[in-house]
Write a protein that binds this ligand. Sequence first.
Ligand SMILES: Cc1ncc(COP(=O)(O)O)c(C=O)c1O
Length: 343
Amino acid sequence: MIIRETQPYSLAGQVAAFLKSDNVPTAWSQEDGWMMTLCARSALRAILLYLRDSGVLADKTAQILAPQWACTTLYQTFHKLCFPANRPNPDLRGVMIYHQYGFPQNMKAISERCQEDGLFVIENSVNCFESHWRDCDDADQDLRIGSIFSFPKLFPVVLGGALQTDDAHLRQFARDLAPGEATSHFAKFWTYWARLLDDKGRYTALGNPLIMSQAMAYAISDYSQVMPRPTRNILTAPAVAAWLNQRCQNYARLYENLESTGAFDHLEPDIAPYVVPLKVPGGKAEGVAAALDDAGFRIGIYNFDTNRNVFEPRFERTVLVPVHAGLGDDDMDKIVAVVRSRL
Ligand SMILES: Cc1ncc(COP(=O)(O)O)c(C=O)c1O
């Protein structure tokens, strides 16, 4: 069996969630500034439109410093409304900080720099459950415009995201966008089915055309602000708590058993990450990744910002391993054994 970085969802589960009554509350309370959206990029689009509308971003040349290691489609959303810079420069208006794989950026340093340079903060929390910025005493809360979330990365859902902001005007602005856009229903329908079919069809003869439809869906998915009904019904408070708990347990087990190898030297123990970027000694990453692949864990080697600072990232090659809630102790022990055998 192939194990990927995300927890697989069942088609039957999606159908059951679709048929359920629509009144099930999601795990995040609206009173606390949360708004459920179609995906993280639709939440980002609402923020950018708001900043354009209020004149903070003058036009498409206005620059926001963006993380250098994010999915391509994130930059597409920026490009529609402003310009994502990949280096600090005097023309920046704001900065997006991305807590890569759920590991918090150095918010104290970033907050101080943003205060000095007069920059706003958009928090990319797509790999997190809550806003790290909001929970951080060292971060200037007035700098944060809002935070964006992407739930398929943490939970077994096809599509779904959120915007969290303490700015009531932004919330109202985003709410008003939801029904107002001509493309929004089409974007939601098309994106949902394209992603579902792509995921389930990737390893079949239907693969290539499905991947094309997925690419097209990505191009329009930020035009809808509405979370799909199955996602809303699946992300209930008890289910979310159980999945996060399992994720934390998996991470703790890996930490405990691999800490002595140095693979966790750059990581903190108490966290619920999306995936774990293991640091392995120079030249061994390929061997570890290949051995994990042979054992069915299919993720690979990625760059991880060990400096945790979008202004001065230090990208290092790391081997990613999954800790999602579809896995348990046996899987973690298997990962530990494979990694140790190649160090
Ligand atoms: C860093 C980052 N931000 C944002 C996104 C977009 O998330 P969504 O597909 O929910 O819009 C991704 C996609 O994987 C991502 O990797």
